[in-house]
Design a protein around this ligand. Structure first.
Ligand SMILES: O=C(O)CCC(=O)C(=O)O
Ligand SMILES: [Fe+2]
Length: 292
């Protein structure tokens, strides 16, 4: 008689007090059942950061999984490590023939992916191929919980406001080891205006939408006050009580919701250790302003 290997029933476990869920019993290297997809999308809306351990994924698998969340985004500055899968990027410090095999030191500041475009990032997917024994974490901050916990007088300052997100604002400070952007590259990604408080299209939850190194100013606010408020909002939202820091293991796939979280990569000993991540993203939409 043929033995049928029993798979553990899929389940969703909370990661920590702040946010995130561990997804147990899913094999993302195979097409998923309808009910698994529903479970995953529901958990995504509810927990914002999903962690799947022990995966064995090829670029095709990552691509297929990403498409359950929305249409694929081909990153505007992407190198093409997998010509058949232009949507799959590599993040790494590894060099081949003297050339980096992917983007290095990406996202070392708090941000929401593509927040500087009119249609901002929806879900981002990172799959760990190689990781250093320490450091190289990805931290996530819960911008919905942060908004809810905001002191009244701060809430009054942000409600109904908009802010300018600008990829070019601090690019050269954030990426000192990269070639400066050319005038053409700068012109290709103009700033974009978004509400400071946005509403999640699925859950209806309100979230802060701000990051100090990407938001250049708050519209209609005096410069000094605007800078102080932007810095204070990020500092408030990234307190430990709103943050989950993911320590990577080979085979982890993490997906996060850019509409309700910020994230940041932490440093590691790049001279000593290798870090290789595959990355995809799906296309977002114009953020919805929160109604008071
Ligand atoms: O490398 C990481 O941990 C995250 C980098 C990042 O910001 C991204 O992939 O969007
Ligand atoms: Fe990012």
């Amino acid at each position: 008689m043929e033995m049928i290997k029993e798979r553990a029933a899929p389940r969703v476990e909370r990661l920590n007090e702040a946010l995130g869920a561990r997804m147990v019993g899913f094999d993302l290297s195979k097409p998923l059942s309808r009910s698994d997809i529903e479970t995953i999308l529901k958990a995504f809306a509810e927990h914002a950061v999903l962690v799947f351990h022990g995966q064995k994924l090829e670029p095709a698998d990552l691509s297929r999984f990403t498409r359950h969340f929305g249409p694929l985004e081909v990153h505007h500055m992407a190198e093409l490590p997998f010509p058949d899968f232009p949507e799959v990027r590599i993040l790494s410090n590894v060099r081949k023939d003297g050339k980096l095999i992917g983007a290095n030191r990406a996202g070392r500041h708090w941000h929401s992916d593509l927040s500087y475009l009119d249609e901002t990032g929806l879900a981002t997917f990172l799959y760990c191929v190689e990781t250093p024994p320490a450091g190289g974490n990805t931290k996530f901050a819960d911008m919905a919980a942060a908004y809810e916990a905001l002191p009244k007088e701060m809430k009054r300052k942000v409600d109904g406001r908009t802010a300018i997100h600008d990829r070019n604002f601090r690019y050269s400070e954030l990426y000192p080891d990269r070639k400066p952007l050319t005038p053409e590259q700068i012109a290709a990604v103009p700033p974009s205006e978004h509400p400071l408080v946005i509403q999640h299209p699925v859950t209806g939850r309100k979230a802060l939408f701000v990051a100090k190194d990407v938001v250049s100013h708050i519209v209609g606010m005096e410069e000094t006050e605007s800078r102080a408020l932007i810095d204070a909002l990020e500092a408030f939202a990234t307190q430990d009580r709103f943050v989950y820091s993911h320590p990577w293991q080979v085979g982890d796939l993490v997906v996060w919701d850019n509409r309700s979280t910020l994230h940041q990569a932490t440093p590691y000993d790049e001279a000593e250790y290798r870090r290789i991540m595959y990355r995809t993203q799906c296309k977002g939409s114009v953020p919805i302003p929160a109604v008071a």
